[in-house]
Design a protein around this ligand. Sequence first.
Ligand code: ADP
Ligand code: MG
Length: 697
Amino acid sequence: MTKNVPEIFGCMVFNDEVMRERLPKEVYKSLTKTIATGRTIDASIADVVANAMKDWAIEKGATHYTHWFQPLTGVTAEKHDSFISPVGSCKVVMEFSGKELIKGESDASSFPSGGLRATFEARGYTAWDPASYAFVKDGTLYIPTAFCSYTGEALDTKTPLLRSMDAINAQGLRILRLFGDTTCKRLNNTVGAEQEYFIIDKEMYDKRKDLIYTGRTLFGAPAPKGQELEDHYFGPLKTRISAYMADLDEALWKLGINSKTKHNEAAPAQHELAPIYETTNMAVDHNLLIMEYMKKIAEKHGLVCLLHEKPYEGVNGSGKHDNWSISTDTGKNLLDPGKTPAENVKFLLILAAIVKAVDDYQDLLRISVAHAGNDHRLGAHEAPPAIVSIFVGEELEQIIQSIVDGKAYKSTKAGIMDLGIPTVPTFRKDTTDRNRTSPLAFTGNKFEFRMLGSSQNIAMPNIVLNTAVAESFRQFADVLEAAEDFDAAVAKLLKETFAKHQRILFDGNGYSEDWEKEAEKRGLLNLKTSVDAYKHFSLEKNVKLFTDHGVMSATEIKSREEIYFENYSKIVNIEALTMIEMAQRDIIPAVNAYITEVADTAAAKLAVMPDIDCSMERDIISKLSELNANAYRDVQALKQAEADAAAISDAVERADAYCKKVIPAMQALRAHVDAMEPLTASEYWPLPTYGDMMFRV
Ligand code: ADP
Ligand code: MG
C-alpha cells in the first residue's frame, strides 16, 4: 500500500491552512496575530472560530469536543462533550460556541494540586491555547488548553510553559534591540525532543505484574545476552517492529507531527523516534501525543510500548533529548554562530547568558528531570551524570578561555586571530564534537539537554531553561542599556560572565569518578536522587527567579514541590507493594514447588536404590531453600520499611524514608530472588525471563 504522505500530513489538524480557508479574512487575521504575538484572543471572534472548527471537525467524523490539558499527573487529561443541542423534544443540532471554545469548567478535585485547591473549592478552569492547533482524534475535536484553579493558580504544566516563553521573548528582545535588530517582533523558542522507548510482546507483558503496575521489571536475572555485541544500535528493523513504526508514523503525520527519524537503540528491543523541531508549546503537546500513540498503536500489533526510564536492569534505560534553541519570528536561529564577527559577538553574549543560567540554576535543571524512574538512569553510567554541566566543544571552549584570559584567540585551523571584541573570529560550527556523557551539549546551533527521562512531560525542563536564560538576558540588558560605550561594556560583560561561570564547562568523561571529585572541587552540585534535588526547589533564589518573571507564583511553586515529594513516595510505594505481592504469592511458592519436586525425585530414587547418590538434589534443595528463606525474610523487612515510611506524615521525611529505607529493602529482596531464577527449572519460574522479554519480540 502506497501512502500519499503530503496529502495525509496534518489532515486531522485545524491548522493555519484550514483556518485561512475557512475563516472570514478579518477573523483569520486577528487569530493569527494572537498566535504570532502571544496576545489574548479577541472574544468577539471566538464564536466564528468555534463554529468553523465544529463544521470542520464534523466533516472529519467528530461528534464530541474536549478541552485537552496537562495536569500535574504527568499525563494528559480530557473530558468529552458532544456537540448536540436539543431542538424541541425530539431533535438535535450540532452546536459549539465561542464560550465553550475559550473556557471550560471541570471538577479539579481529583487532580493533584499540592494543597492549592481547598476541597470546598473544587472547580478548575481550562483555557484555550490558540497557539497550539486543535485536532480531531477518535471522533473528538481536541482543544489544547491551560488548566487553572478557581483562584487563577496554574494546576498544569502548560500555563508556566507559556509564561516562560513570554519571559524569554521579553528579555531576549531587549538584547536583540541592543544589537540594532528592530524588525523582530517575537522570539520563539524551539524544541525537538528525541524519544526513546522499549517494545515488548503483549503476551509476555501480561504475565508481569511489575510491568503492569509499575512500568518496569522489579525482578529478573540477566539474560545470557545483553547489549554487549552492540548489534542492535542502528541495526535493521524487524518486520513486526517496522510495521509498527510505519503505522505510528502515519498516525502522527495525520496529526501534523513531523515524525522524521526512527531507529533501533542501544539495548535489545529499544528504539527511538525523533520529530523535526517546532515552537516549544507545540513540541510539548506533540511529544505527549507521540507517547500516547506509541502505546496505542503498539496494542494493535500485539505489542506493548514501555516508556519507563528503566524497564530492565543491566541494559540501557530510555531517555529523551530536548534539543533547545531560540529563534526570531523571521526565522533566524540565535544559537547559530553565523559567519560575520558582529553576529559572533551577539552569539557569544547569548552563549554567555546560557552558561550563566545553567550555572546559576543547576539545581532547577536537575529538579526538572527528577522523578523516581529517572533516578535509575542519571549517574548510572548510561545517561548523563546527576551533575549538571555544559559541553561546548573544543573551539568554543578555547574562545571562552581566551576571553577570560584577555588574550588573542589562536584558531587551530585558521591561524592567529585577535579577540579585540567586536572583531571576534568566526569559527566553524562543525568543530563541536560529540560528547555523549554531557548533560547539556552545544551541537552546532542548539543545545541538547540530555538528562530527561523517557516518560516525562518535557514542559518543566523547558520552563527552567527559558526562565533561567530570560534572567541572564535581563541582567545583561540592564547593564548594556545603561552603558555609554556599548562595545566595551559587552567585552567586559563577556569576560566577567565567562570567568565567573567557567566552572560549569566540562568536556571530559562525565561517567568517570574523577569528574565527581573535580565537580565537587569546582563547587558544582551533585544531587544524586530526586529527593535530594527537590529540597532545592523552593530556595529563595529559585522562588525569586520564577516570581520575578511571572512564570510561577510562590504558591504555585509550593504546590508543585509538595506534588514532587508526594509523587515520588507514591511511586516507590506502589513498587514496594508490587514486589511484596509478586514475591509472596508467585515467586516463593513457585520455588517451594520446585524444591518439592526435587525432593520427591530424590525420595523416589532412594526408594528404588537406597544407596544412590542424591548429592545433586541435596545441593539444589539446600541452595534454593536458603535463598527462598532469605527472600521471605526480605519480604518481611520490606513490609516493615514500607509501613514505617507510609506512616510518616511529613511529605519530605516520608520521601526520604522511601528513598533511603524502602528502596534498599527492595534491592535486597531482588538480589535473593534474582539469584534463585537461574537455579529454578524454567517450567516452575512464574515470570517471563529477561531473554523472553527482550529477544522474543
Ligand atoms: P542526534 O540523534 O544526532 O542528536 P537527531 O537528528 O536525531 O540528532 O535529532 C536532533 C533533533 O534536534 C531533531 O529533533 C531536530 O529537529 C532538532 N533540532 C534541530 N535544530 C533545532 C533547533 N534550532 N531548535 C530545536 N531543535 C532543533
Ligand atoms: Mg540527540
